[in-house]
Design a protein around this ligand. Sequence first.
Ligand code: GLN
Length: 400
Amino acid sequence: MADVGAQLKHFLSDKVQHFTESVIREMTRQAMLHGAVNLAQGFPDFPAPADIKQAAQEAVARDVNQYAITWGAKNLRNAIARQMKEWQGMAVDPETQITVCCGSTEAMISTLLAVCNKGDEVVIFEPFYENYGPDAILSGARPVFVKLRPPTTADGEWTFDEHELRTAFHHHTKAIILNTPNNPTGKVFTRAELELIRDLCVEFNVLAITDEIYEHIIYDDTQHVSIASLDGMAERTVTINGLSKTYSVTGWRVGWAVAPPPITSAIRKVHDFLTVGAPAPLQEAGAAALGLPSSYYQSLATAYCTRRNRLMPALTEAGFQCFKPRGAYYVMTDISRFGFSDDVTFAKYLVKEIGVAVVPGSSFYHNPGDGARQVRFAFCKRAETLDEAGRRLKKLTLSS
Ligand code: GLN
């Protein structure tokens, strides 16, 4: 049998042996298997806005059922350009600077495949959204990690060391991946931090690839700043965003990358041969979604703040130490008080015995030991779901 296994392994690429399947997605399967409340994978369990569902139905009925233009339906690209102007003051040409992809996930990997050569290095803040590691490997680049350090006070922020960041940049560095508001930490990078990153990008001739999918989900009067809007960055930034989080439609798979024209041409080539295009009727619905009034975005942020403030006290009461998010819809927690050997053992216990699915902290670090004392909760859920999780977590006992 072992020989058969070895023979079959012969058929696999070296690349796929350097990463595992997504733990986030695996935890959703575990939640279904054990009937657990799923606070693992970040997708809403409440309905998407009625208007945009209507727009999707109408697009199908109007027979927008064949391929859209490979790099995105004109309506949607125009809407994206309009929104970038309105929200970030950035002038973007929808004809030469936007590529609509199958989710921001595809936008990220298409971008990395379009810009990286073997031997290039890509700087990634850690903990990081788990896709970025495999994305870098698949594109032939070597990820170089820079630590985000957890807050030391209840109301504090995740920070990075300026010197450590500078040390990560050198002549092989092709790009830095940013994610603000950040998954999993909830950190929203400040203008000053982004200016510092900008200065390094300019000094070392490095591209910023910024995943801003949680742009509209921010709390406590925090301000979202797009690094592309800073002086000197428009010509060296790829900004990634999508419909999933802002409009609660993670299953539609519509995202996009905005970049200077030569980089867009390269991204469009990769995107074309990977997927041809994102779902045509859902792109039309996306154009309608981007036209929602500004009150929609205010209500979205307020509703998420309410959910954050509902879940966090229940977690604290159960014995978790919470790192308060300023944006996105996750809470990273410290699990030291439960006395488990590591995060994976604890997450397995939670899903099977307590009935709550979370993501083990190690999924967000290249060295699993660094996340062994953490798990991540997603709170993009109805009040009833969050309350049910809170009730179940009361069964947890502390080790001392
Ligand atoms: N961003 C979501 C998370 O971190 C899930 C994304 C996905 O599974 N594609 O849970």
